[in-house]
Design a protein around this ligand. Sequence first.
Ligand SMILES: Nc1nc2c(ncn2[C@@H]2O[C@H](COP(=O)(O)OP(=O)(O)OP(=O)(O)O)[C@@H](O)[C@H]2O)c(=O)[nH]1
Ligand SMILES: [Mg+2]
Length: 579
Amino acid sequence: MPVPIGKFLPAVGECMLLTSPAFKPTTFCRRVAFFSCSATLKSRAIYRDDESDWNDPEEYRRRRKTEWKRRQGGQSFLDHLIINVRGGKGGDGCAAFHREKWVPFGPPSGGNGGRGGDVYILPTSELTTLSSVAKRVRADNGGNGMGEWQNGKNGAPLIIRVPLGTIVRQLSRDDPRRAKDEWEAEKESLDGLDADERKAKMRDKRWVHYPRASESNVERDTFKEAEQVLLKQERERRIARRMKELDEPIYLDLDHEEVVEIAPDAPLGQPRKGDFGHLIASGGVGGVGNPHFLSQENRSPKFATRGHEGERVTLSLELKLLADIGLVGFPNAGKSTLLRALTGGRAKTAVAGYAFTTLNPVVGVVRVAEDGTFEGGLSRHGMIHDETIVEEQEQKERMERGELADALTRNQASQIEADQKGYSSGHRFDLMERFRFTIADNPGLISKASENVGLGHSFLRSMERSLALVYVVDFSVPEPWEQLAVLREELEQYQPGMSRKARMVIANKADLMGADGDPESVVEAKEKLRRLEEFVKENMSEEGRMEVIPVSAKFSQNLQKVVGLMMSFVQEARDKNDS
Ligand SMILES: Nc1nc2c(ncn2[C@@H]2O[C@H](COP(=O)(O)OP(=O)(O)OP(=O)(O)O)[C@@H](O)[C@H]2O)c(=O)[nH]1
Ligand SMILES: [Mg+2]
């Protein structure tokens, strides 16, 4: 039997909620009132710092998590990551002399150190998020040289795999998030030491001495000369590196998978160019063994050099999310609930009555049939999208009552639905599907987000590539248009012109309007909708005509229209991009 929810949505031409015969309208309405009330109260408590209950351990934990996220400044969103990369250190050269029977004073025979491993970055279609990328990456060190002219082995190259659509940028020197390079790190380690200690430490880092020869070595002219040469080369290397960082910092837009094709007639052993992707940090060169310092003046050099440190770079990785539509709204406006409703509960995004429940953008897929029916609207179980904790509790209770033992599987339920309606969700929808698009649910945006209030606004990066944006406002607050003005302002603060991408305003939680059945509150709700529409018309005309749609995400009401409009925005933008 169809049951109307509230009085307002039916009044604006909304459909009825179809329920199973076992459904009890009275309990249902009581539950609606209870949860919506608690949601509003809770959200207010979190908004105002002074009112929040710091003694509640659960709330305290949540606030700390949100605060941590905010301090990360967007670094810990899945689509943005800062990583420190280090090439492997070169292996040390060896100071040794050849010894064999009847040859007591053989020639110097220390081998050279191996090269440190290089670090490469490789785009691959096998990944879709940056979550598997480590924040600290370090390639293998080269092996040390050994006696009898044995050179150390080279460190293995290390490949960082990233999803297609990743932008790699090297952080500039003045960026506080950049890790120190090898010279800065050394300088820091010398802080607080006197001149002699510094010199000794610096030497120790660069030279390997034959056993018990270190003191005599440093007195010798040949060593002093070699040290001068080494320091000069190092200075030149440092200047060259810094110039390179300044003139051509790493910037890679990894949009295409690299297919390495080697000509069939290529000679054997030809290096497989591009196999590893793009070189981003080279490993340090290995140190040289003591034969390198053999000269007329020094017939038995008792020193060798250590391997160079590998290059250190700090990279910002940014994955351009490929969601067609981005939801923008205040915390608690119901963005996550809306995404769940549109995807029939398939998008796993947490819903709760406190601010900043969503900490990372989440993408869901909306599938639409020829006649405009969307998959989310078919799901019998997904009709009511309650808070995650409530759903879990219900599930638990059902399990304890043993109801789930006889419950139909998703496929069985789908089969019954298909028989009844001709349509069903899941794999069966594949046959009907004619159009699909993706929607990104985002963390809440609040006033002064551009000044890093709330979670800041760095997550908006994930919406830069969206084809269209949709505002979601909480229609049950006294003046929803105020939210709209703030959202628009914050989008502009993030990127001038970004608010022009907005195409529609969703006035969510419309079920709360006129829920008491009082005709006066229905009139009030209609008036509020009119004022919201007027506000949009007067203040947001730059974006073109924007529809204001009252919906109830929680009860999946009026979503058909929303899907229809979203589909047309996406289609239009795709056509434009193609032409
Ligand atoms: N009555 C009613 N409540 C809703 C509706 N949509 C969402 N809610 C409730 O509003 C609260 C917030 O919902 P969320 O979906 O977590 O809101 P959000 O915008 O994702 O919030 P953040 O992730 O914090 O930005 C929850 O208690 C929901 O149950 C709706 O249409 N009607
Ligand atoms: Mg959310």
